[in-house]
Design a protein around this ligand. Structure first.
Ligand SMILES: *Cc1c(COP(=O)(O)O)cnc(C)c1O
Length: 355
């Protein structure tokens, strides 16, 4: 039953192969990130078929589901762990990102009980203001991990382009590398991995601007959606029609483009704005904010315009389309990362896999 999201694992596989080529040529490894699919098993399988060796997700439930489904990979927990999930982490996760020494202590204590050595990647905030120890304090804080017998500092990493929208650059990557060198000298250890970030950092790799020593990335959007929203582009050679949403028309009428009456706030406390284009043909779709983010809907029929959505209704202006839409017809969309995340998480959108 509609709404439906059509999932094309083959196209995601092609994206993974394209990305893999870019990275292999430069001797850099990557973890493919599945969180936007809510740990979808068929997508994970497609990644494995493309030769992906490492899968990252921010939700431990997704990692457990993929592991239980027999998807054989190294699993990376991307969201710095909460206290409540440490025992599961030690059981299911191969390497976890962290940013608090106290959390590392909790992991150490849980790992000690089971005799495991837990790999960690310590996150450094080089400016974006999301997770990580502030770069000026990084050497001092990260050096404290040496006290923990059941912890291995496998790497350090950073995340950019997510909260502050800070772009990855030669400068902030070099900051990360300098921190690595200092810790190695201070603790007399080798740090295997320097994880330079996510899809936002791809241009640095493609343009060969990445400083030597950044040897790992964590990539979701570029593989799953084919896009790079931070840099406002489609990744060259990637498919963007990997997941297509389809919703059904439940009302189709000619109506004015401007409401009649005094305008207050809409169902979500927003004040809608309207441009007077006269009478327009408008379709109401049986899908809404509970399932999607209206701004993130990109109609495949380019002549359509998504106007607005409330909890359960999305209104689309179909006046300019070459197609004669009828009641009961469906409309298809590509989606932004944020919209796709909601669609894959939502229980009212059926997921159909096209093999
Ligand atoms: C989601 C996430 C990624 C992947 O980001 P994309 O922009 O989808 O490539 C990488 N690292 C961390 C910590 C994440 O949470």
């Amino acid at each position: 039953m509609y709404p439906v999201v059509h999932i094309y694992p083959e196209k995601i596989k092609e994206n993974a192969l394209n990305i893999k080529k870019i990275f292999e040529e430069r001797g850099i490894s990557f973890t493919a990130v599945t969180k936007v699919t809510a740990g979808n098993i068929d997508v994970a399988n497609a990644l494995i078929e493309a030769g992906v060796k490492s899968i990252g997700d921010s939700r431990i439930q997704n990692i457990i589901d993929m592991k239980n489904a027999g998807i054989d990979a190294e699993y990376m927990l991307l969201r710095i762990p909460m206290k409540d999930e440490i025992e599961l982490l030690v059981k299911y996760v191969d390497v976890t990102l962290v940013s608090e020494i106290e959390t590392v202590k909790w992991i150490n204590d849980a790992a000690e009980k089971t005799g495991k050595i837990q790999d960690i990647i310590y996150m450094v905030d080089v400016g974006d203001l999301r997770e990580g120890v502030w770069y000026e304090n990084a050497v001092e804080e990260i050096s404290k991990v040496k006290d923990f017998k059941n912890i291995k500092l496998k790497g350090i990493g950073t995340n950019l382009g997510c909260f502050g929208g800070v772009l990855p650059s030669k400068e902030n990557m070099t900051t990360l590398l300098n921190i690595k060198k200092e810790i190695e000298e201070k603790l007399n250890i080798k740090i295997e991995i320097v994880s330079g970030g996510n899809t936002a950092a791809l241009p640095l790799v493609e343009k060969n601007l990445l400083p030597e020593g950044i040897n790992h990335f964590r990539l979701g959007e570029s593989i799953i959606c084919g896009t790079d929203v931070t840099n406002n582009r489609i990744v060259p050679g990637n498919n963007v029609d990997t997941m297509i949403l389809e919703a059904q028309i439940i009302e189709l009428k000619d109506k004015p483009s401007v409401p009649v009456g005094e305008i207050g706030f809409d169902a979500f406390g927003r004040k809608p704005e309207f441009e007077d284009k006269g009478i327009r043909k408008k379709a109401i779709l049986a899908i809404g904010e509970q399932d999607i983010i209206a701004d993130g809907l990109i109609p495949l029929d380019e002549k359509l315009e998504v106007l607005h959505a409330s909890s359960d209704h999305t209104i689309v202006d179909v006046t300019d389309s070459e197609k004669e839409y009828k009641l009961g017809d469906t409309i298809k969309f590509r989606m932004s990362y944020g919209c796709l995340l909601k669609v894959m998480t939502g229980k009212y959108v059926e997921k159909i896999i096209h093999k």
